[in-house]
Design a protein around this ligand. Structure first.
Ligand SMILES: *Cc1c(COP(=O)(O)O)cnc(C)c1O
Length: 226
């Protein structure tokens, strides 16, 4: 079931040249091992403790992506090994990631989360704040982080027109920034958008990374999107 879903998704993503982040939050290690055996090496988690425990238990060549809202006081636990932090929403958080990256002699890759949904609850910069963050003099001084793109979550709605317009809006911010002069530690390469319910729409709007959980591992027993 897990292997078959992964294979179908990889096939679907190939023409778009997009990466699959298998979102394994709340799922037991056996499920991750099954995905690993099917060839998956990129997993996404949204809770620090859960990520650390899974990274300890599972093979060392896994690329772990942190996709949730990250609290500054928890950066230290994932800094030694995390491959990509998807949802950075403040310069303060970037500074903490930089500090922990320095301790481990690593450059930690990050995406800046942009608020594109209508829902209040979703985190992220608005476009004004995003431009402020990218032009903040402090950002230039952070040598242990690299911002490699943007991440966004569309409104959870069946209104496809709305979801498309939110993804399209993010893509246009991304493309505009690509044309702009950016700090030395920022490069607009990756656009992380799309989940089980909307990844097809996201791919059509230029997503380079889709974060898919339930379509691979089945429904979760409790919501963990907060
Ligand atoms: C849970 C989660 C996903 C995956 O959600 P599915 O609907 O199960 O595919 C993607 N992105 C983030 C940030 C998440 O928290």
């Amino acid at each position: 079931m897990i292997a078959a879903s992964l294979k179908a998704l990889w096939k679907e993503l190939t023409p778009f040249n997009a990466k699959l982040i298998a979102v394994s939050k709340t799922k037991p290690n056996e499920d991750l091992a099954e995905a690993y055996d099917a060839g998956n090496r990129i997993f996404g988690e949204n809770k620090v403790q859960e990520l650390v425990a899974k990274a300890e238990a599972l093979p060392k060549d896994i690329e772990w992506h942190f996709i949730g809202h990250l609290q500054r006081n928890k950066v230290k636990y994932i800094a030694p090994f995390v491959s990509l932090i998807h949802a950075v929403d403040s310069v303060k958080l970037l500074k903490e990631i930089n500090k922990q990256g320095a301790k481990h002699n690593r450059i930690i890759e990050c995406l800046l989360q942009v608020h594109i949904a209508q829902e209040e609850a979703k985190f992220g910069f608005n476009t004004i704040e995003l431009n402020q963050a990218l032009s903040s003099p402090e950002l230039n001084t952070l040598s242990h982080i690299k911002v490699i793109g943007l991440m966004g979550m569309a409104t959870n709605t069946t209104n496809e027109t709305q979801v498309i317009s939110e993804f399209r809006g993010l893509q246009s911010v991304f493309k505009e920034l690509k044309q702009t002069e950016l700090p030395h530690n920022v490069e607009m390469k990756e656009l992380s958008m799309g989940m089980s319910g909307d990844y097809k729409l996201a791919l059509a709007e230029g997503s380079t990374m889709v974060r898919i959980g339930s379509s691979i591992f089945g429904l979760r027993n409790y919501p963990t999107n907060a």
